[in-house]
Write a protein that binds this ligand. Structure first.
Ligand code: ZN
Ligand code: ZN
Length: 365
């Protein structure tokens, strides 16, 4: 989907960090950042932005469409031969001195750019998270896209619940979710879904395998959809047929922690404070050692981005942050539970984008 209006505004926002870092220009090589700043979504594109202008350099495959995708940007198609010399002249014409590069640039790419800049008067300066920092605060249009991806995740969860029954293998359920994502109109899953049943549910990053679901299993299902460049993330834990007292208690504690953290998740709070709210509830129920990951993470064009909500996060939450709230308790031998919602931070209660039911659900078996 072409959203051309916000790109120019985003490039204007780039001026503040450029000036703070005394940079004349920034080379953007991370394709997600390139897309964020100019709308180009091809597989090769380098954006060079300075205070006044932006240049998109791509190759012949995109000669025709690059201009349509990236509006308000000068598009250059690099030649097949003599690329180094072409870049040297490009940097020379820009008249730049200090040119930032992104920390995600590979060592090989960095070597290339060093060679290409030789004799141009420009020199490379390392930067960290410049565009990622802008991306953390979502515009209304971005929130709308994330909300659409979240609705798709809700529908995928519904589909997974309908298909989960004794005898079905984790890997089969996982495949159904993957296919369902495409059938329902997602570009793809926003990450490889997790289906962890029975004893496997105590492993937060279990890879769905050949185990067949059984009556009495808790089933952790963590999934998301990617739509128009934006991701969603959702975890639920239904139980098949019947539930043990042990799991019921685990679930109640996790849900309690999740709901308390949701209440605490608002502008002005630090990431570590919101994390602590959930962690204290889980610890005081005696499961402190079994919540072994952070409370949540930012979600946007990438499934994991800033801000982080964990023990050490000093990030102060702001309206427009989109984060997950996903406490988990994983007790080997008993099972695991993780309840994850996607929310938009506001000055008051967060706007919860996930709508899948959260009360302990016992699926028919
Ligand atoms: Zn997740
Ligand atoms: Zn997550």
């Amino acid at each position: 989907m072409a959203v051309s209006a916000p790109h120019a505004a985003r490039r204007r926002m780039l001026r503040a960090p450029l000036s703070a870092l005394s940079l004349d220009a920034l080379i953007v090589t991370d394709l997600v950042n390139v897309r964020y700043l100019c709308g180009f979504s091809g597989s090769y594109g380098v954006l060079v932005a300075d205070e006044r202008s932006a240049h998109l350099i791509t190759d012949g495959r995109y000669a025709e469409v690059a201009g349509e995708m990236a509006q308000g940007v000068r598009v250059h198609v690099q030649p097949l031969a003599g690329i180094d010399e072409w870049f040297r002249r490009f940097f020379q014409r820009g008249g730049w001195g200090r040119v930032g590069f992104e920390d995600s640039m590979s060592v090989a790419q960095l070597g290339l750019f060093r060679r290409r800049m030789r004799g141009s008067g420009a020199r490379l300066v390392a930067t960290e998270g410049v565009v990622e920092g802008l991306r953390e605060i979502k515009e209304e249009g971005e929130v709308r896209l994330i909300a659409r991806a979240a609705r798709l995740a809700d529908r995928l969860m519904e589909l997974a619940w309908a298909e989960a029954r004794p005898g079905v293998r984790e890997a089969d359920l996982s495949r159904m979710i993957r296919r369902g994502a495409e059938d329902l109109g997602a570009r793809r899953e926003s990450f490889e879904n997790i289906v962890a049943s029975g004893p496997n549910s105590s492993r937060p990053h279990h890879q769905p395998g050949g185990r067949r679901l059984r009556v009495g299993d808790p089933v952790t299902i963590d999934l998301g959809a990617s739509l128009d460049g934006y991701c969603s993330d959702l975890t639920r834990n239904p139980v098949l047929g019947r539930v043990t007292k042990g799991f019921e208690r685990l679930y109640a504690v996790c849900l309690d922690a999740q709901q308390a953290a949701l209440k605490a998740c608002r502008a002005g709070r630090r990431g570590c404070e919101v994390d602590a709210v959930a962690r204290e509830i889980i610890a005081s129920a005696g499961y402190g050692d079994y919540f072994n990951h952070g409370l949540g993470h930012g979600v946007g064009m990438r499934i994991h981005e800033g801000p982080r909500l964990n023990k050490t996060s000093e990030t102060v939450l702001r309206p427009g942050h989109v984060v997950t709230i996903e406490p988990g308790i994983y007790v080997p031998g008993v099972g695991g539970v993780r309840i994850e919602d996607l929310v938009v931070v506001t000055d008051g209660a967060p706007r919860v984008l996930s709508r899948s039911p959260k009360e302990l659900t016992i699926l028919p078996a």
